[in-house]
Design a binder for this molecule. Sequence first.
Ligand code: HEM
Ligand code: HEM
Length: 533
Amino acid sequence: LGGRFIGATANYIDERTSLSGFVKELGRKIFPDHWSFMLGEIALWAFVVVLLSGTFLTFFFQASMVETHYNGAFLPMRGIEMSAAMSSTLNISFDIRGGLLVRQMHHWAALVFVAGIGVHMLRVFFTGAFRKPRELNWVIGFILFILAMAEGFTGYSLPDDVLSGNGLRIIDGMVKGIPLIGTWTSFLLFGGEFPGTAIVGRLYTLHILLLPAILVGLLVVHLMLMVINKHTQFAGAGRTNSVVVGYPMMPVYMSKMGGFLFITFGVIVLIASLFTINPIWNYGPYDPSPVSAGTQPDWYIGFADGMLRLIPPGWEVVFLDRTWSFNILVPLGVIGIFIILVLIYPFIEAWVTGDKREHHIAQRPRNAATRTAIGAAGVTMYAVMWAAASSDIIATHFWLTMEGVIHTLQALLILGPIIAYFVTKRICIALQKKDREIALHGYESGRIVRLPGGEYIEVHQPVDEYERFKLADFDTYEPLVVRPNAKGRIPWHENFRASISRWFFEDRLTPVTQGELDAALAHQHHDLDHMAA
Ligand code: HEM
Ligand code: HEM
């Protein structure tokens, strides 16, 4: 009976929408398989948990800064004056059935969500999956990342506890540090002098309405573009730029994805039930006077906090009757430039390589040594900024001086990325050499054989065809070649571009060619024949 009902319903809908062709098409679509393609999915399913748990919280959270006296179940806070926002968050935690679990699920899912996005983005970067035709999806993805951080920050600010308020005060300080418009902007934002009584309500509208709407909309575009562009695959036998090897969406991926949703959901519930997150009842309501030691934002905001701590204090001049606080403007500028560079990286690389082809084969990071080195430098810079957000904790835990920690991190902020760049590049090139060796001559077997003529050779285990596909980079990049224009001249900017291109491809090993492979195979047969003789 159930089957008949579903069939009839499907028929009813199809007669009115003609969707079945589309559904069949999508169902037959082949997706390639690799563990790292799961990272985007982790972000996706964590987002589902965020949406569900967030909706539950809206039923009980009061986005109001009206002063009340708390009188809920948590005795130590009884009678204390606080905002309705803080009081309702305490109620969610102690009086609403399942409230604390859902609140912790929301917070943990948010942390997993942003972490998932982060590693997903690194996967896309290091495999060159952002190259044509996926540049746009990189840009959309990165905007999703920024929106997620904005969601996290606005959410963190809602409960109106000491941590919330201190986070907002940093934002207020940064806004006020902008010359000319700073003070006015701060007043506009907070509806008067910080902290005012409006900010929680305003952030709430952003947190549950505007930002999620944009996030969901762009996410739909992101996934549609992923289907339209097709997913990249790693090199392998029979896999080319135009042939995808993998499993169909229906039923294989549908069941895998469904299963994965439940696993992600389950793991988040498990974490949320075992580990406390953001125990606002220990912090108390916001009051501008106390800042406890060890105060930290959620992990994904740490880099910005760290950057602020790394800039030397008192770095300001008075000019045109205004105070120019470089200790605010410089970190804002550094972070802004960092973000813009990441956002437009696919276009920068396309410009440098002059490559206009479509790429559907994911690269092994080692085969794009310069990109991988740039990525490692970026990750190192981010890591140092992030570590700086824990400067006080590092100092107290390891019995170091605060100045020592800060000065070391300041030096690392500059030197770390440079060291990471060169070390990574050398490692990549060494790995390329090793791959080349193995592709051409096979694995060393450790078996030494003496030939009749007295010559000793080591027998090499030939690699099979599948391995060889992985080891040889058939989809290669070439440095840009500039040709003189009609007047027989090369414009300076083309020369400049060509020199950056040469730098990008510097020390690159040329990939193994079919000719070399054939020659190597012939040689191996030759050795084997000798042994047989
Ligand atoms: C592919 C989800 C953010 C760039 C995918 C896939 C999923 C996904 C499920 C297919 C599976 C996979 O390759 O992992 C999401 C979600 C995001 C997000 C839920 C956050 C809300 C980002 C970010 C970037 C990005 C921050 C880069 C800056 C891409 C690209 C692809 C992709 C280029 C195609 C990859 C390929 O074909 O190999 N995304 N993503 N995404 N994503 Fe995202
Ligand atoms: C609070 C993050 C989306 C509703 C929070 C908090 C965080 C957060 C970190 C503080 C939780 C705490 O008290 O410890 C995020 C992120 C989101 C997101 C990263 C999306 C990517 C949503 C959505 C809704 C929502 C879509 C509503 C449908 C709420 C509510 C609170 C809250 C009502 C206040 C209650 C509370 O603090 O416990 N959010 N959230 N959130 N969020 Fe979200």
